[in-house]
Design a protein around this ligand. Structure first.
Ligand code: SAM
Length: 176
């Protein structure tokens, strides 16, 4: 399944850390691209540095027009999965979402406009309590991909972790 993420809005006080974490979760939990609005352009460099060291080809796009993105993704046959605590339970829509070929997961940074609820193919709640776009995104991606995202290895990685019971073991793949 092809998965992309769209983050709408930015808090009045710019929260670069949360924005970076939304992008990092997208990258490491199986999405291939994130599109964000009104963010610090340095975040793009942070994520490409992560890609350079740990591998992969995760795309970051900054947009000023999320409505246009939603329309063009719909035309490209993406199904829109909007994460909101007001939506239907993930438990009841998961089977349907898993059957989709391409999804655009939409998360908000602040109050999300009504039209997003209308254009969405699925308005999905990860529980009906308020929490955060980082946790909602992580849970959705993990439920949809059932942990398969963590098996992925990047051939172009400079470093690779060897999981160990204790301590830290990291392979430097730049040395033969
Ligand atoms: N008060 C805001 C609203 O009415 O949309 C909530 C903003 S919340 C800090 C930021 C984002 O986290 C939301 O737009 C939504 O994407 C996600 N989120 C928070 N709780 C959620 C939940 N229980 N289920 C799904 N998504 C959630």
């Amino acid at each position: 399944m092809k998965i992309e993420v769209l983050r709408i809005g930015q808090r009045l006080v710019r929260d670069d850390r949360v924005t970076t974490h939304v992008a990092l979760v997208s990258r490491s939990f199986g999405a291939s691209k994130i599109i964000m609005q009104e963010v610090n352009p340095d975040i793009k460099n942070t994520i490409s540095e992560v890609d350079r060291v740990w591998g992969g080809n995760f795309e970051v796009e900054i947009t000023e027009n999320w409505k246009k993105i939603l329309k063009s993704k719909k035309n490209e046959s993406f199904k829109i999965v909007h994460l909101t605590m007001y939506g239907e339970s993930i438990n009841s829509v998961l089977d349907e979402i898993r059957k989709e070929k391409k999804i655009l997961v939409v998360v908000g940074a602040e109050k999300v406009p009504r039209e997003v609820y209308d254009i969405a193919d699925y308005n999905v709640a990860i529980g009906n309590q308020p929490h955060s776009e980082i946790s909602a995104l992580a849970v959705l991606l993990d439920r949809v991909l059932e942990g398969r995202q963590f098996l992925k290895k990047h051939a172009d990685a400079q470093r690779e972790i060897v999981p160990t019971k204790k301590g830290k073991k990291v392979l430097d793949k730049t040395i033969d």
